[in-house]
Design a binder for this molecule. Structure first.
Ligand SMILES: [Zn+2]
Length: 362
């Protein structure tokens, strides 16, 4: 089930709006209609949306500087999440990237606050309460400052959680740093819920606390998964099967072989040496009546191999990029000798096993 919708993209990064944000915008819109066409809050929520985009773009600018690929940005009412492609592996870059978002919100908030106070200095006491005053400029300033402060809470999925993990990771390994950050997040989440129940007028803390608690767990699981997969090597899950078609076989024979093995590509050899990968994609470009006449070596082959000591994450990325469901494995010291194959199924099983380590493979 998909809970977010793509609304555009910047620098090739898809930007998605989460369902909760959409519902909030709709709810405020309906409330504005009901309350004598008072669109003040509706306008505030739309402004919040723009400020969250600014916040997230700050993360993306820093990510780009370090060549970290951002897979997508999801916008939530309380901030956004920039999903990065690789597991974190450089604490110094991670804390800078995480801190850039809240800093941007705080700086924006301070600038708007200064403008607001210059225009209406009599509202200084109201501005210091950090609640909505009804003055548009001051309220926009408050929104940005709250966005910045909230995201500095040292718990996942907030940026502060990432900063905490990165700082810890400079003194210990990532798994341990993540575990400690997840525990901190859980404790903070529970504390917020308790304070929300005790103090009157702070009931919002109950919801935020639950959100923090759930977010901490999710991030923990996700990071453990990618960290474990990054540690797994191709040789740990590949199959020793090195069946290859001969380059002089016909396209019809190649197709039959692929159908039998339920793959969309197959390895090809010539005089005993690995030649490349024949793909269903290339074969379908040839008219069917010629399939029986043409030899495999007469059509373009994909020429790639993966090394047995590469990580599963790297191999999986290559598989997706080349759209292959079968990759030939070689050793670095003997790059022409195929020692096995890695299939989509092997990778899927590794993912599953890492997610449910106690389950026996069936
Ligand atoms: Zn952020």
């Amino acid at each position: 089930m998909k809970f977010s919708f793509k609304i555009g993209s910047i620098w090739g990064i898809p930007i998605e709006l989460h369902l909760t944000f959409l519902l909030l915008i709709l709810a405020i819109f309906v409330l504005s209609l009901l309350s004598n066409l008072n669109f003040y809050f509706f306008f505030i929520i739309i402004a919040l949306f723009i400020f969250v985009v600014f916040h997230e773009l700050a993360h993306s600018i820093v990510a780009r500087r370090y060549n970290i690929k951002v897979r997508r940005i999801v916008l939530y009412p309380i901030g956004g999440v920039s999903e990065i492609e690789d597991p974190p592996n450089n604490p110094a870059q991670e804390w800078r990237m995480a801190l850039s978002g809240p800093l941007t919100s705080l700086i924006l908030g301070t600038i708007i606050l200064a403008i607001g106070l210059a225009l209406t200095p009599q509202l200084l006491p109201a501005a210091l309460t950090f609640t909505l005053t009804g003055n548009l400029i001051l309220d926009l300033a408050t929104l940005n400052i709250l966005l910045g402060l909230f995201n500095l809470i040292p718990a996942f999925p907030m940026d502060g959680g990432r900063v905490l993990r990165a700082v810890l990771a400079q003194h210990m390994n990532y798994s341990k740093a993540t575990r400690l950050s997840v525990i901190t997040g859980r404790i903070l989440g529970i504390a917020m819920v308790i304070v929300g129940f005790i103090l009157p007028g702070y009931f919002l803390l109950i919801i935020i606390g639950l959100f923090v608690y759930i977010g901490a767990n999710q991030e923990g699981q996700q990071t453990q998964l990618t960290t474990k997969l990054a540690q797994l090597q191709v040789k740990d899950i590949m199959q020793p099967d090195t069946t290859m078609l001969d380059s002089t076989q016909t396209l019809t024979e190649a197709q039959e072989h692929m159908q039998k093995n339920q793959h969309h590509n197959a390895l090809v050899q010539k005089n005993g040496a690995y030649l490349g990968i024949v793909t269903q994609n290339e074969i379908t470009k040839i008219p069917p009546q010629q399939h029986n006449l043409l030899h495999i070596e007469q059509i373009p082959l994909v020429n790639i191999v993966i090394f047995d000591d590469q990580s599963i994450l790297e191999a999986d990325k290559l598989r997706l990029k080349e759209q292959l469901d079968l990759l030939p494995v070689v050793q670095k010291q003997n790059p022409t000798q195929i020692i096995g194959t890695l299939t989509t199924k092997n990778i899927a099983q590794a993912y599953e096993k890492t997610q449910n380590p106690n389950q026996q493979p069936t």
